[in-house]
Design a protein around this ligand. Sequence first.
Ligand code: C2E
Ligand code: CA
Ligand code: CA
Ligand code: CA
Length: 282
Amino acid sequence: AKGNGKGGWQRYQSDLHTAMMQRLEMRTALYEAIEQEQFVLQFQPIVELIDQKITGVEALVRWQHPSRGLLGPYHFVEAAEESGAIVGIGDWVLREALRQFTQWKTENPDTTLRYVSVNVSVRQFRSADFGDQVRSALAASGARPEWLLLEITESLVLKDADKVLADLKALRAMGVRIAIDDFGTGYSSLSYLRQMPVDVLKLDKSFIDDILHSRQQHALVDAIVTLSHNLDLAVVAEGIEEAGQRAALDAMGCRYGQGYHFAKPLWPGDVPAMTEQYEPYP
Ligand code: C2E
Ligand code: CA
Ligand code: CA
Ligand code: CA
């Protein structure tokens, strides 16, 4: 490597050093954030497409950073996975989501809310005591296992299949339900999923985006919905932004949806009002 002034090799070394320092700082900051409880949750409604009643909510983590303000997962989830901090963050998310959800169920036993959906990273799922984490979080909140839906990704299912399978089966035996998140972005097929202990398939937004403009995309989503139902999987279409998409998915027999058309992620204080007096779009 050559360069002028500061040599290429030296520059490379110093860039590497800077990158390493940044990673270290980020790691420290993430662990501090867990200790100081700087994470917060928003909840995005998941609705019945037919009448737009809110049937569940997905917990989405944000970092209330002391100097940088409110940060979305895009800014820190990858670093949290690399550093392992996601295990602690994920445990907090699980506990807080269940605590909050149980409070809503207690305050309004007639709520249309049936479950809270929680994202689980591969790293967290693979930590030795994930099953214990879930049991302990359920016990601490008083939540029923049926109120919890765990969202995992296809990549998790594909790796180390035997251990993952056993863990998933144990969770399901307790009554916890499992969803495959972002379906369609990975490599697994529906025939493969048939063998998996999974209850819900979340169809990625990239599949929904073009259904009104591409006949092929429409046909593909239609086929996935039909096949999923034959495999006893419920389908949630993600990223619905337009009334036309809701109508098209409803016509295909897809029962559930999530997206800005219905509601953006909400602060916890805004959720109860949505479940009590939600007025469907025309
Ligand atoms: P995801 O699990 O696919 O979550 C859905 C994301 O899509 C959310 O972004 C949500 O705000 C956004 N979204 C929902 N409806 C629409 C729509 O109609 N249009 C568009 N353009 N976007 C929509 P968010 O909150 O920024 O989260 C991004 C990702 O971060 C999540 O994707 C998930 O993979 C990850 N994440 C969030 N919370 C957690 C967590 O507690 N643990 C872990 N491990 N990952 C999390
Ligand atoms: Ca998700
Ligand atoms: Ca998703
Ligand atoms: Ca997605």
